[in-house]
Design a protein around this ligand. Structure first.
Ligand SMILES: [Fe+2]
Length: 522
């Protein structure tokens, strides 16, 4: 960790502004010192539609009290002639965060934007609206599970350099609630103890957003984000969490505080309080269907031998979200349905049980399988995070005997499990032993159980390809490795190996200029 970064962390945690913190101000240091306000937490964008996108920043004010400012949206890095502009106000009630919905934009278009406040100018952000109509190709990066304490965000830094990416999907565990050294000890958190209150969660988000790698990836691409458990507490369900004890206060209050901070700090449109399940159309190519298997309607986890596990009315989504999912999938007419969600749909093989995932909610999972089969829903691709491992599966609704890996008979969809950005799982030794045993399990098409990284999806009308980009370590600098690629062809329900990564797209719009001195991860 460099001195510069440490300075930023400390100052940010105290919520003060000064010359050291004036990163991203367009004016001279002297000018930004005079202004008082600053944008040290960077910029972000999210939830793009074909004519709008959410733009986000946070003002660090010099003095408390309501503060107002403005923003502009441009179609080139020349930053002349704004195509859209507006004003904002913010205050302590929303932790000085700013979310504006820039509207009247064109589909499938890259934009640049910046905010202004009290003489200070934010870093320039770059974003992209969703396309409409016929769409040839999309490139989507998928992230999950970024325990700050566990290491450096190499995955965010590497993805930020991919100018041809349309969108990042984050499957949750964007923050972790732990205190120092509870789940990784490479870096220290602010606040140092487990986060419980609104103030705690806000400080944790603020701390994350001072990370230069996370800032870099938010600066370049729109995010579509859902939460997993750690945005509140480990192994959460709708009424509690494994990592919530009575002595820590009322769970409903904690959950409410955590979700308030989330909606303040993450560029997600809040439709209903506490709701992140929603969908996005990417023209005729992809419908993104995002689920909340955690906090919305999930019944409490049960032990594998609990007879109540099989109850018909047990749900991981809640009845209303199940109904919404059914309606949304049936109405989807795009070539591909990307079911973006948190926990593994496929049961862990080799008799290992994971009742925090869909296998702990068998009736709920069966209803999803039945829906896919009875409605003949084709080209369903499940994206999963949560488990800090890379997996790929053909999705089997019944016993493996009915399954033919050569034709996909007996499989109804495919599932890709994204690696974690940093969060640990098995060590290399035990992971490799397990990987070896998994080679005998036919519907497991990929199992890499210890490296960190991200997924890149390359999608066209003929096939959807997933590529794994991995790092051997996150406690120190490491090189990105293209690990593997698999594809599913349109109309099929099984994965095929691919030798090479898909070619990058030419003529990608210019990246926004970096706002901090280049600083390698780690
Ligand atoms: Fe996680």
């Amino acid at each position: 960790m460099t001195v510069q970064r440490r300075t930023l962390l400390k100052a940010g945690a105290l919520g003060i502004a000064g010359g050291q913190l004036s990163i991203g101000c367009a004016g001279s240091d002297a000018e930004s010192r005079e202004s008082g306000a600053s944008f040290v937490h960077g910029v972000a964008s999210g939830d793009p539609t074909s004519d709008s996108v959410l733009l986000w920043t946070r003002v660090t004010p010099r003095d408390p009290g309501p503060i107002s400012g403005s923003y502009e949206v441009f179609d080139s890095l020349a930053l002349e002639e704004p195509l859209a502009a507006g004003s904002f106000t913010t205050d302590a009630d929303r932790d000085y965060t700013v979310k504006v919905d820039a509207q009247g934009l064109s589909p499938g278009t890259t934009y640049y934007y910046r905010f202004y406040c009290q003489g200070a100018t934010s870093p320039v952000g770059r974003t992209r609206t969703a396309p409409r109509g016929e769409v040839e190709r999309l490139r989507v990066v998928v992230f999950s599970c970024a325990a700050y304490a566990a290491g450096y965000f190499h995955a965010y830094r590497a993805a930020a350099a991919r100018a041809d990416v349309d969108l990042c999907v984050h499957l949750g565990d964007y923050i972790y609630e732990h205190g120092n050294a509870e789940f990784g000890a490479t870096r220290a958190y602010d606040p140092p103890d487990e986060v419980l209150t609104l103030e705690d969660y806000r400080r944790r988000y603020a701390h994350y957003r001072l990370d230069p790698d996370l800032q870099a990836v938010h600066q370049q691409f729109p995010f579509v984000t859902i939460w997993d458990d750690h945005e509140v507490a480990n192994d959460a369900w709708r009424g509690g969490a494994q990592n919530h004890q009575e002595a820590e206060g009322d769970y409903a209050e904690r959950k409410h505080a955590a979700q308030q901070a989330y909606f303040e700090w993450v560029p997600v449109r809040e439709t209903e309080p506490g709701q992140v399940h929603r969908s996005f159309a990417y023209g005729d190519l992809v419908d993104l269907v995002l689920l909340d298997t955690r906090h919305w309607g999930r019944d409490r986890q049960l032990a594998a031998d609990d007879p109540a596990l099989a109850d018909e009315d047990r749900s991981i989504l809640g009845a209303d979200q199940e109904e919404w999912l059914e309606d949304t999938l049936i109405a989807s007419e795009a070539r591909w349905r990307l079911l973006c969600q948190q926990v593994m749909l496929t049961s862990l093989p080799l008799g290992i049980s994971n009742n925090d995932a869909w296998e702990g909610y068998p009736a709920s999972r069966q209803r999803l399988f039945d829906l896919i089969e009875s409605r003949s829903l084709d080209n369903v691709v499940v994206l999963t995070g949560d488990i800090h491992m890379s997996w790929a599966f053909d999705v089997l609704p019944r016993d493996a005997e009915a399954y033919d890996p050569g034709t996909g008979a007996g499989s109804i969809a495919v599932e890709f499990v994204a690696p974690s950005v940093t969060s640990p799982s098995l060590g290399q030794g035990p992971a490799e032993t397990l990987e070896e045993a998994l080679r005998a399990v036919p519907h497991v098409r990929l199992a890499q159980l210890w490296k960190r990284g991200y997924l890149l999806l390359d999608v066209d009308h003929d096939r959807l390809q997933a590529e794994w980009y991995l790092f051997e370590r996150v406690d120190a600098p490491a090189d990105e490795e293209f690990y593997a690629a698999l594809k599913v062809e349109s109309g099929e329900t099984f994965l095929r190996e691919v030798a090479e990564a898909a070619p990058e797209r030419g003529n990608a719009p210019a990246l926004a200029p970096p706002t901090t001195a280049p600083e390698p991860s780690g």
